[in-house]
Write a protein that binds this ligand. Structure first.
Ligand code: CTP
Length: 398
């Protein structure tokens, strides 16, 4: 997959620059050709001698050769490359790339780059969490760059503890996935995620504890395999943007229903991961509901539309519908029943009785049940690994 690929590796001034040596070795082992472009600060951390020995090419760091004054063309590099990887990318270089401050060879090369660009941030957690860094990363994503998230806590809803550069092997894996033809290449996948909030009055709602972690992990697993995603998100604190993700924010089950029903026809797969409220208040009070002494308050609830069942009725034979079931008792029988009633092709069962499964955790333990009767149990894993397992199973069926 990376065989014969021409990769421009940009190295900036971070202690993680030593990992660039491992990254080069791993890329070359896969058959790639690597051309290093390094910033002046980068050279403080790893020597051009090491890098040129590993890549078998002179390292580019100046606009002109210091020996003979010949011109190093960033434009030529931009045309030569199949992709550019900036690893490690410091906060300073990320800022310069986001704002076009072309004061060194690496930034000019980036600006002239015609191929996809992958950026692996490397800094301490406070710098990474700073709004300025986050804003710059958002800008870079909006230009279509791919951010290789730092190693820890993609699924953490806060940025706490993040910043360490992703390991070279994982960077290589993400590049391989990007360049490989997978069953997902050029497919569109709809994912519903998070809770829904059902308005009671102007300040209150009925909701649930769904964090959206599983749905975001699924969206990431899809885009890493080349699919584009329509992510219909209830109110969640999570954010993960990617050029291949179109996010539609909704609040209530009815809004989620409308978005899902109208976008389903253009997709190959729909994964219904949202914890949709089954009921909503029959009336939404226009003013804040006041208490009346100790008198009880009765709220009448009406049923919300079932998104999964609606898509099940709408489904074409070339579309795959995947649902979730979170059960406390008779888990498997209930899941089978949902699969049948909603006309799903696959259901992901997680039992609340399993330790580490369910809402707000970073782990999950699932059983996959297919309409064909096939059943597969998986051990307790991180939600990202679970998402990868689910997506691999979906891949076998599309
Ligand atoms: N679902 C949906 N729309 C709804 C309710 C559920 O799309 N209004 C989807 C969920 O996203 C999930 C599957 O249906 O993929 C099962 O959700 P769950 O709440 O377990 O199912 P219900 O049919 O609501 O059954 P229960 O009586 O157990 O709540």
């Amino acid at each position: 997959m990376l065989k014969g690929k021409k990769i421009v590796l940009g190295i900036t001034g971070s202690i993680a620059a030593y990992k660039a040596a491992y990254l080069i070795r791993a890329l070359i082992k896969k058959g790639a050709e690597v051309q290093v472009v390094i910033t002046p600060a980068g050279k403080e951390f790893i020597t051009p001698t090491t890098l040129s020995a590993l890549t078998n090419k002179p390292v580019v760091s100046h606009f002109f050769s210091t020996d003979d004054g010949s011109w190093h063309s960033h434009v030529d590099l931009g045309l030569w490359a199949d992709c550019m990887v900036v690893a490690p990318a410091t906060a300073a270089s990320i800022g310069k790339m986001a704002h076009g401050i072309a004061d060194n060879m690496l930034i000019t090369t980036y600006l002239a780059m015609k191929a996809p660009v992958f950026i692996a941030p490397a800094m301490d957690a406070d710098m990474y969490a700073h709004p300025s860094t986050q804003r710059n990363l958002e800008l870079l994503k909006s230009y279509g760059n791919h951010i290789i998230e730092p190693a820890t806590g993609f699924l953490a809803s806060t940025l706490e503890g993040k910043g360490r550069m992703e390991e070279p092997d994982e960077i290589v894996r993400q590049l391989e996935l990007f360049f490989s033809e997978t069953p997902f290449s050029k497919k569109k996948i709809l994912i519903t995620v998070g809770p829904t909030y059902e308005k009671l009055d102007p300040v209150r709602f009925l909701g649930n504890h769904s964090s959206g972690k599983m749905g975001f992990a699924l969206a990431k697993a899809c885009v890493m395999r080349g699919a584009s995603v329509i992510l219909i998100a209830g109110p969640v604190a999570m954010h993960y943007s990617h050029p291949l993700i179109e996010r539609i924010d909704v609040e209530s089950a009815e809004e989620m229903y409308d978005a899902a029903v109208s976008r389903f026809p253009e997709t190959a797969v729909a994964i219904l991961c949202a914890a949709v409220a089954d009921f909503r208040p029959a009336q939404v009070a226009t003013e804040k509901i006041k208490r009346d002494g100790d008198r009880p308050l009765n709220i009448e609830l009406v049923a919300n539309p079932d998104i999964a069942a609606a898509l099940g009725r709408q489904k074409r034979s070339d579309q795959l519908l995947v649902g979730f079931a979170l059960e406390t008792d008779h888990a498997e029988a209930n899941a089978q029943e949902k699969l049948r009633k909603k006309n799903l092709d696959l259901i992901v069962l997680n039992s609340l009785k399993d330790e580490g499964a369910g809402f707000k955790t970073d782990t999950n333990k699932i059983t996959l049940i297919a309409a064909s009767g096939e059943k597969k149990e998986f051990p307790l894993k991180s939600k990202q690994e679970v998402a990868n397992d689910i997506i691999e199973e979906i891949g076998k069926r599309i």
